[in-house]
Design a protein around this ligand. Structure first.
Ligand SMILES: *[C@@H]1O[C@H](CO)[C@@H](O)[C@H](O)[C@H]1NC(C)=O
Ligand SMILES: *[C@@H]1O[C@H](CO)[C@@H](O)[C@H](O)[C@H]1NC(C)=O
Ligand SMILES: *[C@@H]1O[C@H](CO)[C@@H](O)[C@H](O)[C@H]1NC(C)=O
Ligand SMILES: *[C@@H]1O[C@H](CO)[C@@H](O)[C@H](O)[C@H]1NC(C)=O
Ligand SMILES: *[C@@H]1O[C@H](CO)[C@@H](O)[C@H](O)[C@H]1NC(C)=O
Ligand SMILES: CC(=O)N[C@H]1CO[C@H](CO)[C@@H](O)[C@@H]1O
Length: 387
């Protein structure tokens, strides 16, 4: 009697379990169908500040989508001729193709992109790989690199789905990236660059700079210039000129500081990434990447030949990382509690994006945090990576 009751209970529990396991899958079929026909899956971006509600909704949807993405094989992935990464060359978004090592590199401005492009040039056999200037190493076709849009749709798709291909991206702490953005603008302003002058108003303080990221405005420059020319010459001293420009200045939404998820690529591409590095641990991650590409790649291209005297390994010298990391010293000066919370809000979509692997870390702690994470993840049983 007792034992048959126990059996009945077991059967009941088992069937409950089966039902529970099946329900979510049944529910997921519908969004999957939507998802597979969606062509421009850019993270949709509320352009004006209040992301609170939107974010929570989005998060729910994505949790179920993640299950689908990871449970479907790459066969479900479709590359369309109209996809941003394919349909024409864009310096900031089109992946670099290194056929010899089966690597697709997804660069991000301000995240070591100069050095990474130099590495690609070196691996393609360019002797002047560390040259910087005249569009090199950034601009195709001057830089001699190959890009995804140069291949047939079928070849490009294969690169995006094949297990033999490495698809790599480097990211960095959003708090440091935001700060490095304002420095870029200031540098441009100091050097007489137009961008600096034109968004000066917005970047005269870090807060103003953040205003701009949150709520970009556009101004008709033709009309602005015209209006300025109408001013009487006697009215044009430097104070007036500055005020005029400041009052009318447009903001500068830009890939150098906008949240990555807002411009980098359609959402369907993120699950295709199979290597993620951090600028904070770049000198270790670059070795991890090269090791993954070829047993001798680190020896050949990474361990030496870098720095001003070509006698350093990659991402070690102050000169090669200065551009990318120079902001670290200024973090305390620019960040207050309040600004920190604000930056967390502005970059919420990046932080929450499961494939970007970004953590909300107290300002100034990013290096330590990602180093510890690296050690935890990759160094158990792996010798000689840190040196
Ligand atoms: C943002 O939205 C929330 C909830 O919808 C609301 O409580 C809050 O006041 C809004 N904040 C701003 C700055 O509009
Ligand atoms: C900008 O201003 C000029 C001159 O006032 C005008 O001709 C042009 O249509 C404006 N452009 C836009 C996009 O409003
Ligand atoms: C510039 O012109 C304004 C208005 O004409 C005047 O008030 C101001 O003192 C001038 N500034 C300088 C530096 O000459
Ligand atoms: C390249 O892509 C970036 C980011 O999506 C965009 O801001 C920029 O306008 C694009 N440039 C061109 C020339 O299409
Ligand atoms: C690289 O070479 C320079 C100049 O010869 C030298 O000063 C520097 O110490 C060298 N660095 C390393 C890591 O060997
Ligand atoms: C955090 C995140 O990835 N949000 C995205 C979830 O998916 C929706 C579309 O279904 C996007 O709009 C969100 O940006």
């Amino acid at each position: 009697m007792n034992s048959s009751r126990r059996t009945l209970a077991r059967v009941l529990i088992a069937s409950l379990l089966i039902v529970c396991l099946w329900l979510p899958q049944l529910r997921d079929i519908a969004p999957y169908q939507d998802y597979s026909v969606q062509t421009d899956g850019f993270q949709n971006v509320p352009s004006h500040g209040n992301t609170t509600k939107h974010r929570h909704d989005a998060h729910r949807t994505n949790t179920s989508q993640r299950k689908i993405e990871s449970s479907t094989t790459a066969t479900a992935f479709r590359l369309l001729p109209t996809d941003s990464l394919y349909h024409h060359y864009n310096m900031s978004t089109t992946p670099i193709v290194l056929e010899s090592h089966k690597l697709l590199l997804f660069t991000i401005e301000k995240v070591g992109s100069t050095v990474l492009r130099q590495l690609m040039r070196r691996m393609m056999g360019h002797d002047d790989y560390d040259f910087h200037g005249g569009g090199i190493p950034h601009v195709f076709p001057k830089n001699g690199l190959r890009y995804l849009h140069q291949y047939s749709l079928e070849e490009a798709r294969e690169m995006l789905v094949s297990d033999e291909w490495v698809r790599a991206m480097f990211v960095r702490d959003p708090k440091e990236r935001a700060l490095s953005g304002i420095f870029d603008v200031e540098t441009a302003a100091g050097g007489g660059g137009t961008i600096g002058v034109l968004c000066l108003h917005h970047v005269s303080t870090f807060d103003g700079f953040l205003d701009m990221i949150e709520d970009p405005k556009t101004v008709n420059l033709t009309a602005l210039t015209h209006e300025y020319r109408l001013l009487d010459d006697s009215e044009k001293n430097s104070t007036v000129t500055q005020k005029f420009l400041l009052r009318n200045s447009p903001s500068c939404p830009d890939k150098h500081w906008s949240p990555i998820t807002h411009w980098r690529m359609e959402r369907k591409f993120y699950p295709r990434l199979n290597f993620m590095g951090h600028l904070e641990t770049a000198q270790w991650d670059i070795r991890r990447l090269l090791d993954k590409l070829h047993p001798h790649a680190w020896e050949e291209y990474g361990v030496s030949g870098w720095g001003a005297h070509r006698n350093e390994s990659m991402f070690t010298s102050s000169t090669t990382v200065l551009h990318a990391r120079g902001t670290e010293n200024y973090l305390d000066e620019f960040y207050t509690e309040e600004i920190e919370r604000r930056v967390e809000r502005i970059y919420a979509d990046d932080y929450e994006h499961e494939y970007l692997e970004l953590d909300v870390v107290k300002v100034g702690d990013a290096s330590r945090h990602y180093r510890e994470k690296f050690v935890e993840r990759y160094l158990n049983g792996v010798d000689g990576v840190m040196n």
